[in-house]
Structures are given as structure tokens and as C-alpha cells.
Design a protein around this ligand. Structure first.
Ligand code: ZN
Length: 163
């Protein structure tokens, strides 16, 4: 293995470690905060957007990453680039970039600030900001589901053409 390959491997390993650590930290943090917040928070009003917010806060959005438990493919079906976990959905997926641009609080941050950005987005103390974020999150979620239908339709057509 030459030097540059080694360097590349190390960087990949570093990135992976960093991501895993961040994910572990953020799900614990998010879960804890969600548990204490859920009871009296007026943000939960039984609407679909509240449910999505709750799932995002507790890191339980039904994303592809959940399939890792059964050893299935976890790659994002929208962009095909990287595992679809909550970080990917909220901050990275290029197919959602346009909608994300409308949310000032979700602009793609530097790696070291991502956790803080997500925390502020999901647990903003200002009710007004939180309402905005909740609606923004819901729009992003709906958009990802709509786009997914388009992507899957395309695949099925391709499959039919081949046979
Ligand atoms: Zn994606």
C-alpha cells in the first residue's frame, strides 16, 4: 500500500469513526431531550408534522438506515450517495437541497458544527422558530417521499423495458 492510499484509507476510517460517534451522541442526546420535552410541549398537537418532528427528535424517522438491522441496503434511494440516516436526510441529501435552502437554520454546516445545528433546529427554545422548523421539516419529509415515488416509478419502467 503506498503512502497516498494509506492516507486516503485513514481519512475514510476517520470520517466513519467520526460519523458513528456523532450519531451515537446525537441519538442519545436527542432521545433524552425528546423524553423530557414530549409531555408539556405545545408543539405536539397530533398533526402529521408533529409526528414527524417527534420522530426526528427521537431519531426514529423511517429512513433507509433502519434496514441496517436486517443487513439490507441502506443507501439513500433519492441520491444514491451515502447511507440515508438522519444527518443525510436533514443536512446532506443533494436531492433535497433546494427545499433545504429555504430554511436558514439548516444550511449545510461544517462537520464540527453539525450537531449544534441539528440540536438548534429540532429543539429550538423559541416557540415561533420551532413552529417554523416543524413546518420546514415536514415539507422536507413530504418532498422526500414524493421524490421517492418518482424515482421508484422510473426504476420499474426501466425494469419493464428490459424484459
Ligand atoms: Zn440522499
Amino acid at each position: 500500500m503506498n503512502k497516498s492510499t494509506l492516507k486516503k484509507r485513514l481519512k475514510e476510517w476517520d470520517d466513519k469513526q467520526w460519523k458513528e460517534e456523532l450519531e451515537a451522541k446525537s441519538s442519545i442526546m436527542v432521545y433524552r431531550s425528546a423524553k423530557t420535552a414530549i409531555k408539556e410541549d405545545p408543539i405536539y398537537d397530533n398533526t402529521a408534522s408533529s409526528i414527524i418532528l417527534f420522530q426526528a427528535r427521537s431519531n426514529t424517522l423511517p429512513l433507509e438506515t433502519r434496514k441496517r438491522h436486517t443487513g439490507e441496503e441502506t443507501t439513500c434511494l433519492l441520491c444514491g450517495d451515502g447511507e440515508e440516516d438522519q444527518h443525510h436526510f436533514l443536512l446532506e441529501c443533494t436531492k433535497l437541497a433546494e427545499e433545504r435552502l429555504k430554511m436558514t437554520s439548516l444550511q449545510r454546516p461544517h462537520q464540527e458544527d453539525q450537531l449544534e445545528v441539528l440540536k438548534t433546529f429540532l429543539f429550538n427554545e423559541s416557540t415561533e422558530e420551532m413552529e417554523k422548523n416543524k413546518e420546514g421539516l415536514y415539507k422536507l419529509w413530504r418532498l422526500s417521499k414524493r421524490k421517492l415515488v418518482t424515482v421508484t416509478d422510473g426504476e420499474q419502467r426501466t425494469g419493464a423495458d428490459r424484459s
